[in-house]
Design a protein around this ligand. Structure first.
Ligand code: MF3
Ligand code: CO
Length: 256
């Protein structure tokens, strides 16, 4: 089971989440053709430390970097490195911040330079999947309601949903009890109750949902070389519904 958090604890997690949200906003203008994924990682890491946070991913089960930078057919856990982004690329940057022992987690996807209509549509659909999932995260619903709405929407657009990685409870540790699959049946799984804190982080592919893992033991990429996109928020369940704690100032949710 995942921990049920008091409002005070949720406020602490929210502070960590705000650093993650600001980090994504900070990094966005740097995501341009010519920059390497390691340079992006270093910008993010410096930003997190300057805000008084600790990059929680470093050393997590041996993971070496502050961020995951997953490009094109990479689904998640891409290692930052010498790769120079080029116009048309799709990159997901994922990071977890520890602020005074409390954690926030968010991944965001960025278009590099001019991207194709195919990339734009995949990005739009994936963000919509996240938002539809969040709308289901209300007290009384079940986790399967989140899973189902995401799968139905993604597959309805002709995409597939990654099965090997799920959302998760989060708080003092990165993975706190609960798993939130992005595929499944409505009315199934744990009941959603106030005080739960978890991530929703759909990974949506243009081709097959199946993946293979690189020799580094971490990086998951699509088996068929198709594109993969991901957006992730950390949310808290309140009596009134979901509170998006990693919400960015200018993201589309605010304009709904
Ligand atoms: N932030 C990731 C998640 O959404 C975890 C990355 S695994 C790590 O669950 F090893 F890179 F930390
Ligand atoms: Co994450």
């Amino acid at each position: 089971m995942t921990s049920i958090r008091s409002m005070k604890e949720i406020e602490k997690i929210h502070e960590a989440c705000k650093v993650v949200a600001k980090c994504h906003k900070h990094i966005k203008p740097f995501v341009q053709p010519g920059i390497t994924t390691m340079e992006l990682n270093d910008i993010a890491e410096k930003f997190i430390r300057d805000q008084g946070g600790i990059p929680e991913q470093i050393g997590y089960m041996g993971y070496p970097y502050a961020t995951c930078t997953s490009v094109n057919d990479e689904i998640c856990h891409g290692f930052p490195g010498k790769y120079k982004l080029k116009s048309g690329d799709l990159i997901t940057i994922d990071t977890v911040v520890n602020l005074e022992g409390w954690l926030g987690d968010s991944a965001w996807s960025y278009a590099v330079g001019e991207v194709s209509g195919k990339v734009k549509k995949l990005m739009e659909t994936t963000l919509k999947c996240l938002y539809l999932g969040i709308e289901q995260a209300v007290p009384g619903n079940r986790i399967g309601d989140i899973s189902h709405v995401i799968q139905t929407y993604a597959e309805g657009k002709g995409y597939s949903v990654v099965r090997d990685f799920t959302g998760h409870g989060i708080g003092r540790v990165m993975h706190d009890g609960l798993a939130i699959p992005h595929f499944g049946k409505p009315g199934r799984g744990p009941r959603i109750v106030p005080g739960m804190v978890f991530t929703i982080e759909p990974m949506i592919n243009t081709g097959t949902w199946m993946c293979k893992i690189d020799d580094n033991g971490w990086t998951a990429r699509t088996l068929d070389g198709g594109l993969s996109c991901q957006y992730e928020h950390t949310i808290a369940i309140t009596e009134e519904g979901p509170l998006i704690m990693t919400l960015q100032e200018d993201e589309p949710w605010n304009k709904k």
